[in-house]
Design a protein around this ligand. Structure first.
Ligand code: ATP
Ligand code: MG
Length: 451
């Protein structure tokens, strides 16, 4: 028998559906935000990652699957996708004209030679977005909002968004000097990786996961004290804007991210499942300012992106038992009572779907009770009940499944009424989520008030 390669996994039988459920939330939402899919190769020149992800990152130092092909070229199985997207934007001259940002999303396998453990594979899948060619903090905010929105749609409740700034070049030069001075006194007692980081990129030490080293990191100088006025202003405006959007966050001054290309805002989404399992960051990203030029672009263009680990998201949702919900959820459930009404139901579903409301129909001959049960299982917000007599008079029954109120609505006003209810219920739900976080005493919710 030949075994799986260590750190890889099969997705078999019913499992693929779980992946698809998560992936389709990402895809649909990305389209809603105006992102277009990019499919770049898995194989890239090794130099691409050395120049972008950076020589001081763990990824380039020790996690890449790099080999010489038969033509003696050094190739690497991509450890992440941002670099490939950037390369493709440069190669295809997508930003040659000043047409504003390229908005790309991607989904596909990545490879990293890491020690396999819960939520950590050697081949795993990432979904991500990149917004390239930007100069406004609101673009950064949009990327963060997208990530937050996607995870909320999937049913993540007590999500923690950790955020920090790495400042601009001026900031980092000053900060690096301060860190060097501080760590020079401690480096002899720190781990081998940190010793290497000390020489390559001292900032990386803040990311060390070893307990003893973390104690030393605790007392290290904080970047907030070294921010240039410009960098400080940018960061404050990002935070301000997140507050306006009701997006909870926690500033974490030691968050530096494992890739070298970031500057200014960086962030991670963390989540602990209801059973208490912490799979680490389920998604992470940040702003970058040199990547475009570094990869051969002819000007300074900034960008911002976020990437999610699909396996981690599937595991967490599965632990929480919420995977079933996203796999099967629709906005509207249509309940016809006869063949006449079934043919009307098909037309109606087509209208609703064309207008963006996900819709399902009960075509089986079922009792009202069991149809309503199914609607509940699908987490539908609106139910439409069709019966022969009413339909003859061009009337239907619209049931708000959240409040259970129902009313007769003429077919002429049906679409408007359904969308009214959808919009108001979705708004109510958002407000409730927010209120929960304000009243709640739990740790995840608490940090925001302390800001
Ligand atoms: P970590 O700190 O957990 O190593 P990272 O900083 O290396 O994460 P990124 O490079 O930012 O992660 O990748 C984005 C996301 O991809 C992570 O938040 C995580 O969900 C996922 N991811 C990263 N490495 C792996 C892996 N080896 N196996 C599965 N998922 C991963
Ligand atoms: Mg890593």
């Amino acid at each position: 028998m030949i075994n799986l390669v260590k750190g890889t996994h099969d997705v078999i039988l019913d499992e693929a559906k779980k992946y698809e459920a998560v992936e389709s939330v990402f895809r649909d939402l990305a389209s809603l935000y105006g992102f277009k899919e990019f499919r770049t190769p898995i194989l890239e020149h090794s130099e691409l990652f050395q120049r972008s992800v950076g020589d001081s990152s763990d990824i380039v130092r020790k996690e890449m699957y790099t080999f010489l092909d038969k033509g003696e070229r050094s190739l690497t199985l991509r450890p992440e996708l941002t670099a490939g997207i950037m390369r493709s934007i440069v190669n295809n001259k997508l930003l040659a004209l000043d047409e504003g940002p390229v908005k790309a999303f991607y989904l596909g396998p990545c490879f990293r030679y890491e020690r396999p453990q819960a939520g950590r594979y050697r081949q795993f899948n990432q979904f991500g977005i990149e917004m390239v060619g930007i100069n406004d903090i609101y673009r950064d905010v949009e990327v963060i909002t997208f990530g937050y929105h996607a995870l909320k749609v999937m049913g993540f409740e007590n999500l923690t968004l950790k955020i920090n700034t790495l400042g601009d070049k001026e900031t980092r030069e000053k900060y690096n000097r301060a860190l060097k001075e501080y760590f020079s006194k401690h480096i002899d007692s720190m781990c081998g990786d940190c010793k290497e980081r000390f020489n390559l990129n001292v900032l990386r030490i803040l990311d060390c996961k070893i307990k003893e080293d973390q104690e030393i990191v605790k007392n290290a100088p904080k970047i907030q004290d070294y921010l240039s006025d410009n960098a400080k202003d940018r960061f404050e405006r990002v935070l301000e804007s997140l507050k306006e959007l009701n997006i909870e966050y926690e500033v974490d001054q030691n968050l530096v991210r494992g890739l070298d290309y970031y500057s200014d805002v960086v962030f991670e989404f963390h989540y602990t499942s209801k059973k208490g399992v912490n799979y680490g960051a389920i998604g992470a990203g940040g702003h970058y300012s040199n990547l475009f030029r570094e990869l051969g672009g002819n000007k300074d263009l900034e960008g911002c992106g976020v990437a999610f680990g699909i396996e981690r998201i599937v595991s967490v949702l599965e632990d929480d038992g919420s995977l079933e919900k996203i796999k099967n959820s629709v906005n509207v459930y249509i309940m016809p009572s006869s063949d006449v009404t079934r043919s009307f139901a098909s037309l109606l579903a087509k209208e609703l779907r064309t207008n963006g409301a996900s819709t399902d129909i009960c075509y089986e001959n079922k009792s009202m009770k069991s149809m309503l049960k199914k609607a509940d299982k699908l987490s539908a917000i609106v139910g439409i009940i069709l019966n022969d007599d009413l339909l003859k008079e061009n009337k239907t029954i619209v049931k708000n499944l959240v409040t259970t109120e129902q009313e007769e609505v003429s077919t002429e006003h049906l679409l408007d009424r359904v969308f009214d209810i959808l919009v108001s219920e979705i708004k109510k739900k958002e407000a409730e989520d927010h209120e929960h976080e304000e009243d709640c005493d739990c740790e995840e919710c608490h940090h925001h008030h302390e800001e």
